[in-house]
Ligand binder design. Structure first.
Ligand code: 48F
Length: 260
């Protein structure tokens, strides 16, 4: 067969357009493709929910590729190792209770698992706003990341979603947008984004999981964003909390879906 260059273009334009149209109304829209967002997407999609994940960058994976200081190994504790085992990701025991895994293998495996479970992964999209009706947050406002990077004056488009997950890591971007623009109180002790505290891996890992919560009706927070929103410490290159938080956010949303 002789390849027709324009047919290649048509295949891309047609199938991408179908994919984009397919995510404009969804069950769960996740913002951020780091370990927490990918884990959440995997579990929600595996449970049969329609899930889209928007990631600003070219690649999924967030802060996991580079391990610690670009030594591309991540560390997990016992509970985190169980999650890596579920995905078939190989670990080595550094010492009892400290397991190391290859950061690239982990990142690629999580991304692959989320996609194969049926989540739609949209890279190069930045979430710049939320869709609000009265006091109800009903979706996300998205634009191409290059538009954002170039500062072009181009209007975004809108996605309607029953549930929203802020998985944007340290920046907690969605929570900040809701706090600043919607003028509503978040479900935090202060009603506001409380800000991340300095490093303490042990406390941070525990709090990440404890603070994986609904922060506004049908809006959840997962991963490092939990600590930014609830005033917890950062934890550096230990990743069990991120993986477990992604799983927890999926469980919480599935439970709320069943009850409503
Ligand atoms: O930062 P990130 O990996 O968040 P996470 O899943 O994991 C945190 C760890 O990587 C690490 C840590 C734990 O050891 O402290 O930092 O909680 O991934 C967040 C992703 O969200 C994207 C961003 O590019 C990154 O890949 N992101 C952030 N804001 C937006 C966004 C936005 N407005 N729209 C789309 N993507």
């Amino acid at each position: 067969m002789v390849l027709d260059d324009v047919k290649i273009s048509e295949a891309i334009v047609r199938t991408f357009t179908e994919k984009l149209l397919g995510v404009l109304r969804t069950d769960v829209a996740i913002v951020g493709g780091g370990p927490a967002g990918l884990c959440g997407a995997y579990h929600l999609a595996k449970a049969g929910k329609k899930v889209v994940l928007f990631e600003r960058k070219l690649s999924m994976g967030g802060g996991m590729w580079g391990g610690g200081i670009m030594f591309n190994q991540i560390v997990v504790q016992d509970e985190g190792k169980e999650v890596l085992d579920e995905f078939g990701i190989r670990t080595v025991t550094a010492e009892p209770g400290y397991f190391a895994a290859d950061a690239v293998e982990t990142t690629m495996t999580l991304g692959s698992a989320a996609a194969k479970a049926g989540a739609t992964l949209m890279n190069l999209f930045s979430v710049e706003d939320v869709l609000i009706k009265g006091d109800s947050i009903d979706g996300l406002v998205i634009n191409w990341s290059p538009v954002e990077m170039a500062g072009l004056h181009v209007d975004p488009i809108t996605v309607r979603s029953r549930f929203i997950v802020d998985a944007t890591g340290h920046a907690a971007e969605v929570s900040h947008i809701i706090e600043k623009k919607a003028g509503v109180k978040l479900f935090t002790p202060t009603g506001r984004v409380m800000g991340e505290r300095p490093m303490c891996a042990d406390v941070a890992e525990r709090l990440t999981l404890e603070n994986t919560k609904e922060i506004y009706p049908r809006v959840y927070v997962t991963g490092m964003a939990c600590n930014a929103v609830f005033g917890g410490p950062r934890m550096g290159p230990v990743f069990g909390g991120m993986l477990l938080s992604g799983k927890r956010v999926a469980e919480l949303i599935l439970a709320e879906m069943q009850n409503t």
